[in-house]
Design a protein around this ligand. Structure first.
Ligand SMILES: Nc1ncnc2c1ncn2[C@@H]1O[C@H](COP(=O)(O)OP(=O)(O)OP(=O)(O)O)[C@@H](O)[C@H]1O
Ligand SMILES: [Mg+2]
Length: 412
């Protein structure tokens, strides 16, 4: 089987990252080209200036095209922002003829029935992710196809987003000349890139701290139980420094990324760093401990919010594999230690793994979402291409296998 290519665009609040990859017959990703550029026209994960956002996306796409020597006609695109919300929903269907095994059509109907949740007209369903199935009361079935039963239930995680915010994002990507193949919720993508199956099984939370948002996804028993997007990220930490230290934004940003820390007691109390400042002198000395105190306050508050979200999905005690941090701001020294202290769970910083080709840049926590978009899309396609089940009388394998694992529905 020949290699196929796949592309993803992560439209972040601070950066836009486009990746083109080859998918080998063994479903491995070989990176052909990456295009990263500064983002524009986005705040808290949402488009607020269509024209500048189109330009930023077009420039990132162009870079990836040049690097890979390919033309990107379509791509999988990440979606986030406080307008996204999620809930768990159960779909139930009766099996027409219990003498025949459950087929893709039955699974499709069960997922469709889970999808019919109370969605207001100004919202779109972007994912219906099956968590597990129940066949005639037999719980936690991973794949019911081929089983016998008279009733099929599916427990799903349904993600919805604001119609206008979703259409604005699609318009920007299409305005940059790229068709949107699917929209993928960013926390789900990040989880796909950095979490192991073992962690998802034992219970884990991915916390992707980006520039404008912090994306959270809670996994238990191998399936997603809760997702949330918090409107706080590294930009807010920089803003706090501008206010506390009275320095310009670029100088605060530089001080944060070069000298930042989130546990002040781990920084020598007499350590001073020089930063560019407002006023006649041009520079000033600031205490690195003070810098750490400001960053600690915001990060601690953020982790408290994350903990509240975790509790909405699961008892934190059940999450044996703890917390995995990703996103650019997870680069703050001791962020994992502070996460352990606040949330009382083991924590580590996660990086995208198992990549080959031109992938050096991508082995960084800031690229978890970008790489995860490819992984999620790949998982979806893998299911689509999996050989169809044995023909079943009434439906004869007409339905795509993709319905079994997940559905990513683009607004019409
Ligand atoms: N070493 C570092 N220490 C602290 N912060 C860092 C470091 N490196 C990057 N950051 C911060 O990470 C943020 C960017 O992260 P990331 O690239 O994950 O965001 P994004 O994907 O553009 O935004 P979002 O996902 O919120 O839409 C910036 O605020 C940046 O200052
Ligand atoms: Mg991001």
């Amino acid at each position: 089987m020949a290699n196929t290519t796949i592309a993803a665009i992560d439209v972040g609040t601070t950066k836009v990252c486009t990746i083109v990859a080859e998918v080998t017959p063994h479903q491995e990703l070989r990176i052909m080209g990456v295009g990263v550029g500064p983002s524009s026209g986005l705040a808290r994960g949402m488009v607020d200036n269509i024209q500048t956002a189109i330009e930023a996306i077009a420039s990132s796409v162009e870079r990836a095209e040049r690097a890979s020597g390919t033309r990107i006609l379509s791509a999988h695109v990440g979606i986030a922002g406080p307008h996204v919300s999620s809930m768990n929903s159960r779909g139930i269907v009766a099996i027409g003829d219990p003498r025949h095994p459950i087929n893709e059509g039955d699974i499709h109907r069960a997922l469709e029935s889970a999808r019919i949740v109370n969605v207001p007209t100004n919202r779109e369903v972007i994912h219906v992710v099956p968590r597990f199935y129940v066949v005639d009361g037999q719980d936690h079935v991973i794949d019911p196809s081929g089983m016998f039963g008279s009733r099929l239930d599916v427990e799903t995680h349904v993600v919805t987003s604001s119609t206008s915010a979703t259409h604005n994002l699609i318009q920007c990507v299409e305005g940059a000349g790229v068709r949107v193949e699917s929209l993928i919720l960013e926390p789900l993508a990040s989880g796909e890139a950095v979490l192991s199956n073992e962690e998802m099984q034992q219970g884990v939370v991915i916390v992707d701290i980006g520039g404008g948002t912090t994306d959270v996804a809670v996994f238990l028993d191998g399936a997603v139980v809760h997702t949330a997007v918090l409107p706080i990220g590294g930009i807010h930490m920089t803003r706090d420094l501008v206010v506390a230290l009275k320095v310009p934004q670029p100088s605060a940003e530089q001080a944060k990324t070069r000298f930042g820390h989130v546990i002040p007691s781990m920084v020598a109390d007499d350590e001073e760093v020089e930063v560019e400042a407002f006023g006649s002198d041009g520079t000033k000395q600031i205490s690195r401990r003070l810098l750490a105190q400001v960053l600690q306050a915001r990060t601690e508050e953020l982790f408290e919010m994350v903990l509240t979200e975790i509790r909405r999905g699961a008892d934190p005690e059940m999450l044996s594999a703890g917390i995995v941090l990703s996103g650019g701001a997870s680069g703050l020294p001791a962020a994992d230690l502070l996460a352990e202290e606040v949330m009382r769970l083991p924590a580590r910083v996660g990086r995208p793994r198992h990549l080959s080709g031109l992938s050096d840049l991508l082995h960084d926590p800031a690229y978890a979402t970008s790489v995860g978009l490819l992984r999620w899309a790949l998982k979806e396609q893998e299911i689509m291409f999996r050989s169809a089940p044995a023909p079943v009388p009434a439906l004869g394998g007409l339905f795509k296998k993709v319905a079994h694992l997940m559905r990513v529905i683009l607004p019409q």
